[in-house]
Design a protein around this ligand. Structure first.
Ligand code: IPM
Ligand code: MG
Length: 363
């Protein structure tokens, strides 16, 4: 990713509903703390989307929100239950959705698979986010057989090519294997294999491996370590990325970045509103925090990103767990606020140990 590092940033926070506000607030506290340590400032404006936007402004996708987002450095998003999110993705053409799935050493035993199956797991799902069946011609209608509904999976070749180039770029900087999810035995008019292979001629170091998406889903649970970058359409990427949640131990751990061609992005966890635990203060903020780490990396604030990852790894290694990851008797159960406090403390420790190293090296 190119470095855009600068001294001050403006973000738009869209907390949304359910656990959205809790995990966004938690992540912003940590972001502000890291900003102070690293010496950049972060201005936060609040925007509305979804049901809360409808209540406040009479629209699920208010123009006031898109205007607020215009010219911002990033959007930090919580969760919504209905309306607004797909429109937001489409409006800013956030076509490139990056969903990293990495195992955390202290959480290996939380996986649905045996620890040795996911040790060192490092998959990047590149999901096309503004086309395909989510946005194709759709509706409800009726004919002589009765009422029916339809959604159309349609991709322009160029839409496949542009997301293919992003996935190839990522694979080139990683381990050089790009697995392409497709379903050409049943959907032969969507030419994912051919189009990606044509784009891949400009990336001689990347091996392109087309794989039927049903088989791919099976391989992800049989042997996930074999994967590097997985390229998928909007719907297939949505489904495959939830498997990632089971692999790493909780969907609450996974964050994502959705970028447009200018590198402007929307940063959100891959989980939803979790209405069953909303308002209880027990949600895992690490998915949204992970998304914020991707935002920092996108800005070129690599040290800040690294600091958060290090602090998080240490807190998890000490056994602190939110409810989604907690096992009775083995670990320390904490709520969202306590986890944030622990992270803030750990960040200060990380800061001091870094300063320590600096002083040492100056002697
Ligand atoms: C996701 C979510 C969304 C999607 C829903 C909330 C529309 O499941 O980001 O994975 O399907 O894209
Ligand atoms: Mg999903």
């Amino acid at each position: 990713m190119e470095s855009l590092s600068k001294a001050s940033y403006r973000i738009v926070a869209i907390p949304g509903e359910g656990i959205g506000p809790e995990v966004v607030e938690a992540s912003l506290k940590i972001l502000q703390h890291v900003a102070k340590i690293q010496g950049f400032t972060l201005q936060v404006d609040y925007g509305w989307l979804g049901a809360t936007a409808f209540e406040q402004l009479g629209s699920y996708f208010p123009q006031a929100t898109t205007e607020l987002c215009d010219g911002a450095d990033g959007i930090v998003f919580g969760a919504v239950s209905q309306g607004g999110l797909l429109e937001l993705r489409k409006h800013f053409d956030f076509f490139c959705n990056l969903r990293p799935i990495r195992s955390v050493n202290s959480l290996l035993h939380k996986s649905s698979l045996r620890p040795e199956k996911i040790q060192g797991l490092d998959i990047l799902i590149v999901r096309e986010l503004v086309s395909g069946i989510y946005f194709g011609p759709s509706g409800r209608s009726s004919d002589e057989r009765g009422n029916y509904g339809y959604h159309t999976m349609r991709y322009y070749d160029e839409e496949i090519r542009r997301i293919a180039r992003k996935a190839l770029e990522q694979a080139q900087y990683r381990r050089g294997l790009l697995t392409v999810a497709h379903k050409e035995n049943a959907l032969p008019h969507l030419h994912w294999t051919r189009l990606v292979q044509e784009e891949a001629t400009k990336f001689p170091n990347v091996i392109v491996e087309p794989m039927l998406v049903d088989n791919l889903a099976m391989q992800m649970v049989l042997n996930p370590q074999r994967f590097d970058v997985i390229l998928a359409s909007n719907l297939f990427g949505d489904i495959l990325s939830d498997i990632g949640g089971a692999l790493v131990g909780s969907i609450g751990l996974l964050g994502s970045a959705s970028l447009n061609a200018n590198g402007f992005g929307l940063y959100e966890a891959i989980h939803g509103t979790a209405p069953d635990i909303a308002g209880l203060g027990i949600a895992n903020p690490l998915g949204t925090l992970g998304a914020c780490v991707l935002m920092l990396q996108q800005w070129g604030e690599v040290q800040a990103a690294q600091q958060i990852i290090a602090a998080q790894d240490r807190i998890l290694a000490k056994g602190y767990r939110t409810a989604d990851l907690f096992t009775q008797g083995e670990e320390i159960l904490v709520n969202t606020a306590t986890l944030v406090d622990l992270l803030l403390e750990e960040l200060s420790v990380v800061q001091h140990s870094q300063l320590g190293v600096l002083h040492e090296s100056r002697k």
